[in-house]
Write a new protein. Structure first.
Length: 200
């Protein structure tokens, strides 16, 4: 019978390992969750910007007006647009606009349907439509006082300053040229919100 010493972990070593693992998890898990939430909100904002670029490209390529509108149910047939964008939470439709610029009419080709991002992500916008002329430029003459110029993507963190001076929210500016840009710098966003246009 072998009576030599047995190898293994002592109780003290096991407790020290658990403590170190707990500290690592305590630091790492919140950072990973924050990283995932930042990626989700950036992804939602980038999806909208991609839709604007696609709409602009189609209007130039086809030489026809293209409209992007906010919709609470973009998968409906036909989808229904929201004049102010209120309550849509990031659902959008892009279509070749042959007739009525405020609604998708029968026979008009729907180019893209974007569902709301879901989760805790919501969108505040200053208009429900972006009508692009055949040259790709935004048109103000189509739907009075409803042209999208700013969209603010927020989640339940609101608009607070995160690491590196970046905001937890994402602001999209839509220019008259039909181009869109995403801002994540907290100071730049703070300078462009207010007067009812801000995260809830």
């Amino acid at each position: 019978m072998n009576t030599g010493s047995q190898k293994g972990f002592s109780l003290l070593e096991m407790f020290m390992t658990l403590i170190v693992a707990g500290v690592i998890l305590g630091i790492g898990v919140p950072n990973l969750m924050e990283f995932q939430r930042n990626n989700a909100i950036s992804g939602a904002a980038n999806e909208f910007v991609t839709a604007v670029f696609a709409a602009r490209s189609e209007s130039v390529k086809r030489g026809l007006p293209v409209t992007l509108c906010a919709s609470a149910d973009p998968l409906a047939d036909p989808p229904v647009c929201a004049p102010t964008g209120a309550g849509t939470n990031g659902g959008f439709v892009v279509w070749i606009d042959d007739a009525n610029p405020t609604q998708v009419d029968a026979g008009e080709a729907v180019l893209q349907r974007i569902q709301a991002p879901g989760g805790t992500i919501g969108v505040v916008m200053d208009g429900g439509y972006l009508a692009l002329g055949s040259g790709g430029f935004a048109r103000d003459d189509v739907v009075v006082n409803t042209r999208m110029t700013r969209l603010l993507y927020c989640d339940d963190r609101g608009r607070r300053v995160a690491s590196g001076g970046r905001s937890t929210a994402r602001l999209i500016q839509v220019l008259m040229t039909g181009r869109a840009e995403v801002l994540s710098d907290a100071d730049l966003i703070a300078a462009r919100v207010g007067g009812g246009f801000d995260c809830p």
